[in-house]
Unconditional design. Structure first.
Lengths: 391, 332
């Protein structure tokens, strides 16, 4: 029982971590590229890294945080322009090739010893050099805080039956929410939206009740950065919703289906694709800035594998959906920790030691990605009908 | 926007009347590159080479406003390539070296496919490009021009495009009803039959209020019943004053609806004329059946040395003529 509680607590902590939120934001950007416009960008980590560098280097060198934000977004903007200008008129594969190599170039330049004064080379820029302006904004105060302060230990002494009932309830609520989201009109009308919000609030309350998370109020990796990170996820989701339900979003999907058809209808396909690439890239940069806030800017932690995590999360949640990226990112990171802790708890050390469980979790994630693409290409929230005709 | 469609560019009744059309067409010279009194599209010196192969070499072509012009020719005659060239999907090899084409008085020498469409010349494709994973109504609404909501900044604010969106949808509904697709409005385009996709593509092209519509093999792979309705739609477009240029293989279809026929063979324009007389043009028969189609090679009795010599001579003369022609062109 305690093992299970420990594993689930770990998953909850990971699901809530600011880095999960950061990846979710980057995946929201990738969703604009890959899901809606059909641009194969295999260098989302470079947009993240550039955003992080722009932000961190500016603050490290004494510039105000706003300037840092501008530099971060500016770098991603220029990067998108440079990558898009030569490739967006060509077939999709070329963008894929260019983005993956450009991402590696950015990472290697960041590692270069010549730039130690700016990028800190392979060691990177420690968080203490650029975090303070952000934490100083906090109005959360100091000290520890547990969400929720009222939790399962307060009722019936945290008896096993109570927790099991709670877990079943949580699973039921999550399934209900996902099913409603999948139908596509979960937020149509005030009644539906209120019901949906109610379900989500109840679900969150149950989660925090069963798996209380203690953290510092502000601190390096506390509630403040979580609050901002998840707030940004909400804002980005809303923004993408507004964008894709518009005629502009319709154009994006049209371009994904058949560029030439859209061209024959008198639309400037190149300009629209460029806009999509830039917007997705800016989301990536924002994700990158959030990603480094509780940690440090390390080029090697934002390489190819991060891009592939983004893709896994996107495909898991469902490409071309509004909530898919967020759901995918949460499930991806929580499940990985779940696998790691489970194998650590139940597989004897002689078969798999602590270090191997980490690698094992990535293997399982890779296999899971393959299985998703084969058996459920539309992801959890995706619309199967939208994919069926895509022969 | 929608009244542009109901107000034809040619006086109403002028070209809806078959007699008037026949009288008009009778005034055209039945020769390749003939000039027309009111051309909506003029093409000059368009050459497209793929390596050493010349796929298209059209020296001059005019398309009369308000008529249905058919572009026919055997397989590989370069009809679709020609279509791609004038709609901006391909660039002529002769670009910058004499290639000119003008649509409705507007030069198109260097414009992209999208600006050609914006100028009012909209095309469809031989292999239908219905956007399968989008609904029929979404397909239709993509066709409308000048949408405020397609601007990135405005798209976030629904108020800026809501009204226009409703107007566009009303117009799309009207067109869908006309093309008998209204019941399928919310179905995915991928679930339509081949013929319905052709209809959808044509309706989508009409959403942009074109002056001229270019149909690339509209009847290919369509069952006979639907062919009739497609033909009816094309004719009614003409009767409303739209210019139609279409590529087709089926002679019956061509004879049935076209007012004027241009024939291409081996990339060149070889003949022009009214549908009923152009078929008997020797150049057209040559193009379709080969120059020696009336020489019987199946009867061994006829294959005497003398016949062989005669044939060889005939071929030699033709080769010499062709070479002389090519040389003359090379010099030019």
């Amino acid at each position: 029982m305690d093992d299970i509680q420990f594993i689930l607590n770990g998953m909850m902590r990971e699901a809530l971590s600011p880095q999960t939120a950061a990846v979710a934001i980057a995946v929201i950007g990738l969703n604009i590229h890959f899901g809606f416009t059909g641009l194969i960008n295999i260098g989302q980590s470079a947009f993240m890294l550039l955003g992080a560098y722009g932000f961190a280097i500016s603050i490290w060198h004494g510039l105000p945080m706003v300037v840092g934000l501008l530099f971060g977004f500016g770098a991603a903007f220029v990067f998108a322009l440079v990558l898009g200008a030569p490739t967006l008129k060509l077939r999709g594969d070329y963008l894929a090739i260019v983005t993956i190599s450009a991402a590696e170039i950015i990472r290697y330049v960041g590692r270069s010893a010549l730039l130690t004064d700016f990028t800190g080379s392979a060691q990177g820029i420690p968080g203490s050099q650029f975090r303070d302006p952000f934490t100083n904004l906090s109005f959360f105060g100091g000290g520890q805080f547990t969400l929720l302060p009222f939790n399962y230990t307060d009722v019936a002494d945290g008896a096993a039956w109570l927790r099991i009932i709670g877990w079943v309830l949580v699973v039921a609520v999550i399934v209900l929410v996902v099913q409603r989201l999948r139908k596509g009109h979960a937020f149509a009308g005030i009644g539906q939206a209120a019901l949906m919000l109610g379900l989500i609030v109840v679900g969150l309350f149950l989660l925090f009740f069963l798996f209380p998370v203690p953290n510092q109020r502000t601190g390096v990796n506390g509630w403040w950065v979580r609050f901002i990170a998840w707030g940004l996820v909400l804002v980005c989701t809303l923004l993408v919703y507004l964008l894709v339900r518009s005629p502009w979003g319709r154009l994006l999907r049209g371009i994904r289906e058949d560029e030439d058809a859209i061209r024959s209808l008198g639309k400037n396909v190149f300009a629209i694709k460029m806009q999509a690439l830039i917007i997705g890239g800016l989301f990536g940069a924002l994700g990158g800035m959030v990603y480094v806030l509780p940690a440090s800017v390390q080029p090697d932690s934002m390489g190819r594998s991060l891009t592939f995590f983004c893709y896994t999360a996107l495909l898991l949640g469902g490409a071309a959906t509004i909530f898919g990226p967020v759901l995918g990112a949460i499930i991806f990171f929580a499940a990985r920790i779940g696998i790691k802790y489970t194998s650590a708890a139940y597989v004897p050390d002689s078969i798999m030691n602590g270090q191997q469980t980490e690698q094992f979790s990535y293997i399982v994630v890779g296999v899971a990605l393959m299985l998703i693409v084969i058996f459920r290409p539309q992801g959890i929230l995706g619309n199967k009908r939208e994919l069926r005709f895509n022969v | 926007m929608s009244d542009q469609m109901s107000s034809p560019t040619v006086a109403p009744g002028g070209l809806a009347d078959p007699e008037a059309r026949r009288a008009l067409v009778a005034g055209f010279e039945a020769a390749p590159g003939a000039s027309k009194p009111d051309p909506i599209l003029e093409v000059d010196a368009i050459v497209r080479q793929f390596g050493g192969m010349t796929a298209v070499d059209v020296q001059h072509l005019e398309v009369q406003r308000g008529l249905i012009t058919a572009l026919i020719g055997p397989n590989g005659a370069g009809k679709t390539t020609f279509f791609n060239l004038i709609t901006g999907f391909d660039r002529p090899t002769s670009a910058g070296a004499g290639a000119h084409w003008a649509f409705d008085g507007q030069k198109l020498d260097k414009t992209s496919a999208s600006s050609v469409a914006r100028a009012g010349m909209v095309r469809t494709f031989q292999l239908t490009k219905a956007l399968s994973a989008m609904t029929v109504i979404e397909n239709m609404m993509l066709g409308a021009q000048n949408q405020a909501g397609e601007n990135l900044v405005k798209s976030i604010f629904r108020g800026t495009w809501r009204k226009q969106e409703q107007e566009i949808e009303a117009k799309a509904d009207e067109l869908l009803q006309r093309f008998k697709l209204y019941e399928k409005k919310h179905d995915y385009a991928g679930s339509l039959s081949g013929g319905q996709r052709k209809l959808l593509e044509m309706a989508r092209a009409l959403m942009s209020d074109p002056k001229m519509i270019m149909l690339d093999e509209p009847m290919a792979g369509v069952n006979p019943a639907l062919t009739q309705s497609l033909l009816g739609h094309i004719q009614s477009l003409r009767d409303e004053g739209m210019t139609v240029l279409f590529v087709e293989h089926d002679m019956h279809v061509v004879r049935h609806i076209s007012d004027w026929v241009a024939v291409m063979a081996e990339g060149r324009l070889v003949a022009e004329g009214p549908a009923d007389s152009v078929m008997s043009d020797p150049a057209v028969i040559d193009a379709y059946l080969g120059a020696h189609h009336d020489t019987d090679l199946g009867d061994d009795a006829l294959l005497s040395d003398q016949t062989m010599d005669e044939l060889a001579e005939e071929v030699a003369v033709e080769d010499a003529e062709r070479e002389a022609e090519e040389e003359a062109e090379g010099l030019r």
